[in-house]
Write a protein that binds this ligand. Structure first.
Ligand SMILES: [Ca+2]
Length: 252
């Protein structure tokens, strides 16, 4: 694969990483941190600001901790329309703010969240993706690159589901590039030691960009956690679904 160099000799992946580092915040990821969407999108976006505005919204009521009447607990809702020619075709969104940092040093081996598939006829294949790493000694390429978790199959449901994505190195899959400024995964430990982007996407395969789909997804309580030991024992359990406690109106 050709490297895309500019006049400085810096390759596209290295240049992209430098831009991200320069734009990054001083805040580092920490164990236990949680996005509850009580105060806006919290840095989650879809690329161009208009795409984000068109396809991502905070819904004031109906999150997993809403009351029996569905009042309270705001959450993030993301929709995609596979027929759109440009942005918003994919259910792919990302964060390059509070989710940057050294996951290994922080002891983060999984990320949990509540999810709800609002799409009546679409089974989603959710994956978490991480991009990161370090510039190699020659200054021309990235050691690390893009990885995704295994997929969680999420059917349409009126209920929220608690899901856990394992970030154990053995559970992460080198993904395709997605775009030329990315480096396909080549060193998972390096990526985990310096994550600069966390994303959620829908794809049956280990894609970085995700697959076009017409769907609506609710997300809440994205939290950095240590992988529960019992879950780590699952031989194939890269991903585990847990029932979500609900303050549900049992009459409904
Ligand atoms: Ca919430």
């Amino acid at each position: 694969m050709p490297n895309h160099s500019n006049d400085t000799g810096i390759t596209a992946p290295v240049f992209a990483m430098l831009c991200l580092l320069l734009s990054g915040t001083a805040q580092a990821v920490s164990l236990g941190q949680i996005d509850t969407f009580g105060d806006g999108l919290q840095g989650w976006r879809m690329g161009f600001s208009q795409t984000t505005a068109d396809h991502m919204a905070i819904i004031a009521d109906g999150g997993p901790d809403a009351d029996a009447d569905g009042i309270g607990d705001s959450y993030l809702q993301v929709n995609s329309d596979s027929t759109e020619p440009f942005g918003g075709r994919r259910l792919t969104f990302f964060n390059t703010d509070q989710w940057q940092g050294d996951y290994t040093a922080a002891g983060i081996t999984a990320i949990a969240m509540d999810v709800k598939n609002f799409s009546p006829n679409e089974v989603l294949n959710l994956r978490l993706g991480i991009n990161g790493g370090f510039v190699d000694s020659t200054g021309t390429s990235i050691i690390g690159g893009t990885f995704t978790t295994s997929r969680i199959s999420l059917v349409s449901s009126p209920n929220w589901t608690r899901v856990v994505f394992s970030l154990l190195p053995g559970d992460l899959i080198a993904s395709d590039v997605g775009k030329s400024s990315n480096t396909p995964g080549n060193d998972v430990q390096a990526t985990l030691a310096n994550v600069w982007e966390l994303r959620l996407l829908n794809s049956a395969t280990a894609s970085w960009a995700g697959a076009p789909v017409t769907a609506t997804l609710g997300v809440d309580n994205i939290q950095a956690v240590p992988l529960p030991p019992a879950l780590a024992l699952f031989a194939s359990g890269l991903v585990v679904l847990l029932p979500r406690r609900r303050k549900q109106n049992l009459q409904s």
